[in-house]
Each structure stands twice: as structure tokens, then as C-alpha cells.
Design a protein around this ligand. Structure first.
Ligand SMILES: O=C(O)[C@@H](CO)OP(=O)(O)O
Length: 231
């Protein structure tokens, strides 16, 4: 049985400021780094073979903290970011083949990026609710198919997260690897919707706390058989 560890990044400086963030690439706050360190402590008895993150620094910082705070989680290996060679201007670090006997790959992908929040990015959430009405803004934030102005619905986000989840993440799990995924509230909600078989009517009630690991047991057919949340 493989372990799938999902973690929403620790608090970012824009979570702290109550701003819509989406694809804006803000770092963790001091509290966020502490949350990630606490998550690393909770994960100290787990072993990770491969890690996937979004391209956004708040998820990457969270992954790095989880993988470096206690050496045991990587079984003594060094985490190394492996960039995909799909950017023609990429400077070529990805050409390094690496050494799987002593390196733990961290694969960053835009498929795991936060939902694109369009025109709301950078706006204060409370002020936006006052301007447009709390119910309208709640539907933009939590419904399955309603898009925030100029942005992605959860359904849109799911169209990029799930193909990646199936082709890259589940493939590793089915072959027996333990996988850490450090991503975002909405990219993870779309994956959990699939794992927990949640309907579009139920998904608005799913909230993910920052920096809290969610662990699934996944069998070799790719089915999730158990779930625990390390609060
Ligand atoms: O601003 C964002 O990018 C997200 C996560 O912080 O917000 P929401 O809670 O509305 O999904």
C-alpha cells in the first residue's frame, strides 16, 4: 500500500492579508513557514519517494520544508527540483539526469497551480464580498462550475489537475512509491473531489487548512482505501 500525502501550502503573506491570490506568486509568511515546519514534524515517521508541487513558490517552499526539516522523510536522499523540459528557454538544468540512489525528485507542474482567480487577484476578500454581496463571492470561491470574473471555476481547474494526477501521480503510487503533493486550496480540492467521490453539491463545503497533511492509503489499482488528516 502506498501513501499519498497531500498538503496545502502554509499560510502565504496574501492569505494573511486576506487577498485573492490565485497565480500571484507570493511567498509564505512567517506563520506559514512555522505551519510547514509543524507539518514536517507530523510527517517525520513517513517516507517519501517522490514529490510533486505547483510552480508557485508558496507550494515549493512548503515542500522543501517538509522534505528537509527531518532527514528521515527522504530516507537520507537529497531533494532535487526536476524541471520539465517543455520551456524552450529553460536553461537546461533539467538535462541533469541525476542519481536516483541518492536524490529525491521534486517535480514542479503548472497542472497543480492554484485556480486562476482572474480579476479578483490582489483584491481584499472581505471588501470584495461587501461590494458584490457575500453569496455571490462565496459562489465564485466555492461552487464547482461558477467562474470568478475572468478566472477559472473549480471545474476548469480540475480539467488540468486530474489528467496530471492520473498520468503522473497515480502512476507512481500504483508502482509502490509514497508521494508528497504540495499544492493549493483549490487544486487540491479538485483532486480530493475525485478521491473522495464528492459531488458538485457537496464540494462547496470542503475547506482545506493551510499546512495540514492529508494522507491516503492507495492500493496497486490506484484506489484510495483509507484517509487520515494530521491536524
Ligand atoms: O486566494 C486564493 O488563491 C485562494 C486560496 O487562498 O482563495 P480561496 O479561499 O477563495 O479559494
Amino acid at each position: 500500500m502506498s501513501k499519498l500525502i497531500l498538503i496545502r501550502h502554509g499560510q502565504s503573506i496574501w492569505n494573511a492579508a486576506n487577498k485573492f491570490t490565485g497565480w500571484v506568486d507570493v511567498p509564505l509568511s512567517k506563520l506559514g513557514r512555522l505551519e510547514a515546519t509543524k507539518a514536517a514534524y507530523k510527517l517525520r515517521d513517513y517516507r517519501v519517494d517522490i514529490c510533486f508541487t505547483s510552480l508557485l513558490i508558496r507550494a515549493i517552499e512548503t515542500a522543501i520544508i517538509c522534505l528537509t526539516e527531518f532527514e528521515e522523510i527522504c530516507a537520507g536522499k537529497n531533494p532535487v527540483l526536476k524541471h520539465e523540459a517543455d520551456d524552450p528557454y529553460w536553461h537546461g538544468w533539467d538535462k541533469y539526469q541525476g542519481d536516483s540512489s541518492c536524490e529525491l525528485p521534486i517535480i514542479p507542474s503548472m497542472a497543480l497551480d492554484e485556480r486562476f482567480y482572474g480579476d479578483l487577484q490582489g483584491l481584499n476578500k472581505a471588501q470584495t464580498a461587501e461590494k458584490y454581496g457575500a453569496d455571490v463571492v462565496q459562489a465564485w470561491r466555492r461552487s464547482f462550475s461558477i467562474r470568478p470574473p475572468g478566472g477559472e471555476s473549480l471545474e476548469d481547474t480540475m480539467k488540468r489537475t486530474l489528467p496530471f494526477f492520473h498520468s503522473r501521480i497515480l502512476t507512481q503510487l500504483k508502482q509502490g512509491d509514497n508521494v508528497l503533493v504540495a499544492a493549493h486550496g483549490n487544486s487540491l480540492r479538485s483532486i480530493i473531489m475525485q478521491l473522495d467521490r464528492l459531488s458538485p453539491e457537496v464540494i462547496p463545503n470542503l475547506e482545506l487548512a493551510t499546512g495540514v497533511p492529508i494522507i491516503y492509503d492507495v492500493d496497486n489499482t490506484g484506489q484510495a482505501t483509507n484517509k487520515i488528516i494530521l491536524i
